[in-house]
Design a protein. Structure first.
Length: 174
């Protein structure tokens, strides 16, 4: 895994996903935990619903690339630490999937994407909408923790000289 190289497409999808996820987590928790105006809450909700809806097909493509790349290297032997890293990444993918799915299923109105197009509200039963809302909040909290651990692990590796971040930058592929 130390020789694992990411394609430019994987790097692009990683950084687009990272920006959207960090934005949605920070802004979402900000309006949920602090006293902000209703206009601010509405604007954050509009932006977050729009950008995370755009993220869904990009994330599906990212998963597809990860799965097909893993399938090609299935015969490769991994150390225990490398297996833990793979498991950690797949847990992050799983939690992102839960966040995105519950984010759609908790909607109590049609989903608007930057007012360009609308997706009908998937559920109408308040019980299920409420349940998916609760699962969404908790999965967002878990995702925030996983993102923090992921960033801390990258930082730790960089400090000790394992240039893992370099593999995710475009200059590394030149």
């Amino acid at each position: 895994m130390g020789s694992h190289r990411y394609t430019p497409q994987q790097k692009y999808l990683h950084w687009v996903s990272a920006v959207i996820i960090v934005w949605a987590l920070v802004s979402g928790f900000y309006v949920a935990l602090f006293d902000v105006t209703s206009a601010t809450k509405a604007w954050v909700a509009f932006v977050n619903v729009s950008v995370t809806t755009v993220l869904i097909p990009l994330f599906v493509w990212r998963l597809y690339l990860a799965l097909t790349r893993r399938a090609r290297s299935a015969g490769q032997c991994y150390s225990f630490a490398e297996k833990l890293v793979l498991i950690a990444h797949w847990v992050i993918y799983l939690v992102i999937s839960i966040v995105l799915i519950t984010g759609v299923l908790m909607m109590d109105r049609p989903i608007t994407v930057f007012d360009l197009f609308f997706i009908p509200q998937p559920l109408n039963d308040p019980y299920w909408i409420g349940l998916f809302f609760i699962v969404h909040i908790w999965s967002c909290a878990v995702l925030a923790l996983l993102v923090a651990v992921h960033v801390a692990a990258v930082f730790r590796h960089e400090v000790v000289g394992h240039r893992v971040l370099k593999r995710m930058l475009w200059s590394a592929s030149k």
